[in-house]
Design a protein around this ligand. Sequence first.
Ligand SMILES: NC(=O)c1ccc[n+]([C@@H]2O[C@H](COP(=O)([O-])OP(=O)(O)OC[C@H]3O[C@@H](n4cnc5c(N)ncnc54)[C@H](O)[C@@H]3O)[C@@H](O)[C@H]2O)c1
Ligand SMILES: O=P(O)(O)OC[C@@H](O)[C@@H](O)[C@H](O)[C@H](O)CO
Length: 490
Amino acid sequence: MTALTQETVAALSETVAVPSYDRSRLTAGIVHIGVGGFHRAHQAMYLDRLMNEGKAHDWAICGVGLLPGDARMRDALTAQDGLYTLVLKHPDGTREARVIGSIIDYLFAPDDPEAVIEKMADPSVRIVSLTVTEGGYNIHPVTGAFDAQAPAIRADLEPGAIPATVFGLVTEALRRRRARGLVPFTVMSCDNIQGNGEVARHSFTAFARLVDDGLADWIEAAVAFPNSMVDRITPVTTDEDREAVAELFGILDAWPVTCEPFTQWVLENDFSRGRPPFEEAGVQVVGDVEPYELMKLRLLNAGHQALCYFGYLGGHRYVHEAATDPALAKFLLDYMDLEATPTLRPVPGVDLDGYKRTLVERFSNAEVRDTLARLCAESSDRIPKWLLPVVREQLARGGPVTRAAAVVASWARYAEGSDESGEPIVVVDRLGDRLMAAAKAQRQRPTAFIEDRELFGDLADDERFVAPYLRVLESLHAEGARATVRWLAG
Ligand SMILES: NC(=O)c1ccc[n+]([C@@H]2O[C@H](COP(=O)([O-])OP(=O)(O)OC[C@H]3O[C@@H](n4cnc5c(N)ncnc54)[C@H](O)[C@@H]3O)[C@@H](O)[C@H]2O)c1
Ligand SMILES: O=P(O)(O)OC[C@@H](O)[C@@H](O)[C@H](O)[C@H](O)CO
């Protein structure tokens, strides 16, 4: 068994693919904020691919963690010189592993915010990329306005405050670059948000405007915020994953990443100061990402939400169990075909029926062991961004919303905080208390959950949405999730 470090990695090449490039020659051109499972399965992997082909040596990654919980990632990556094992789980049970070497440094902002700011202000850094989750952009779910009153934002805006949020840190780095006469870096969002680049532009300029109008104008004019569609199902790493990496490959890795074999990245070609030759690593670099984003967010991500609450309430715990439950699979396909697909734009070179079939296959991969609990978490950031736009578009065009309304009803039932046998459900959501209070009130006032206008806007006033929503909620209460899904699936 070998502990993974720069010193030991060459010796591991007998059991696993390791970086073929000289890591001591790499320099950081990218600062990435939010180094979790997904970044390490996706962007860092694409850069590692390029580096293995002798390219992009000046585009290595300096990871940054902002939240207290990131101390664990700091410790794991620092002890391993930034190296980690990426394991692809094929549906036939085979595992494909590779040690990724593209992350060469890690800074933990709570320890040293100044180091993070100076790193981003350094001229060699040309991209600051982000995976800070859907909630990380601090925008109102219905109006899309930046929430300047959020306590962390207010703290960052106090005179003389040391920045702690992504907005405070990035804005201060951009302020220094402007003061030093440097070209700004590109801000590249890789979060699952429609128009993620536009949303990032809106949030960062809104924050900067609270600091200094001139700076905000400069950011608006000079900083590129490319949109992107990112895709690779990456579950949370478990102790079993760590043990399997040790057993199968002889590697002691504090924090390996496991994921499905599929990967996709469609990226808008809009960068302030150059970019790695991503297309040479399989990234689709295009002029207009929107059709790809809509397809992915409304079919895959909203599709995940269609499975997760019904699946969990019906006794499943893994995504593959829910996706291979015949009634639930039919319900998912009906949602995709009848409600989501009519709201999509034609996607260049993509056969939508094939895409949907592949999605069902990906969800059904039992090896990936993605949990329904992961998909049920932070729903108040997900449902308004992925599913409710489908509802609104369908209402506007006079189309059906029965299945989307059913998904919202299943969330409302899940948020009551106990399953059908009375076992508690841990509702993980930054609005958890508010959601649970509303969900409990719905036993007396059935529309209580959807009356939250901050999440649902005026949907509670639209009978075309409310009627199917209430029918499904009533069925969930009276008959349970499995019977409700069978009824919905016809
Ligand atoms: N896991 C996937 O399958 C997947 C696939 C495609 C896209 N994504 C995108 O990546 C994001 C992260 O997923 P993950 O699986 O890596 O999660 P993760 O929990 O492994 O990592 C999340 C990271 O984001 C940071 N973060 C969270 N909120 C933040 C905030 N407000 N400010 C700064 N940093 C913050 C955390 O500290 C952590 O470093 C998702 O929310 C999604 O938008 C994930
Ligand atoms: O990670 P989130 O919060 O964006 O959403 C949960 C899942 O739907 C998501 O992680 C998918 O697995 C992913 O988007 C697949 O590419």
